[in-house]
Design a protein. Structure first.
Length: 123
């Protein structure tokens, strides 16, 4: 699936849920290419100051130095969390939900993709 088609599929759904589209950014060290963010304000308390929060969906391109392994994806999630917390700092509303949608450079094969639980995705 191409990126344009992916955006055609997820954009209307996320906007219908109240998310706003924000431009992405590129980081050189450690490398991470965030294609776009979707941000949605949420309220989780009746107290205005305490109850403000945001939910974030980040669409990222998988960096070439991240391998398909638990350790590789752990590094990717750390980079993603750092990028999101830099873009949406806690004093602007605590980010209580972060979803990372990772676009891989190559198709993911059925028999070669290990799950994080250590099992093969398809046998």
């Amino acid at each position: 699936m191409f990126e344009e088609r992916l955006f055609e599929l997820i954009d209307p759904v996320l906007r219908l849920a109240g998310a706003t589209l924000e431009p992405g950014e590129e980081f050189r060290e450690p490398p991470l290419d965030v294609l776009r963010y979707y941000r949605r304000a949420v309220s989780w308390s009746g107290i205005p100051i305490v109850g403000r929060a945001v939910s974030v969906v980040a669409v990222v391109r998988q960096p070439v130095d991240i391998e398909l392994s638990d350790a590789g994806y752990s590094r990717l999630l750390t980079r993603l969390a750092l990028a999101a917390s830099g873009r949406f700092p806690p004093w602007k509303g605590l980010a209580i939900g972060l979803t990372g949608l990772v676009v891989t450079p190559e198709p993911i094969g059925r028999a070669t993709t290990p799950c994080s639980a250590g099992r093969w995705a398809a046998r």
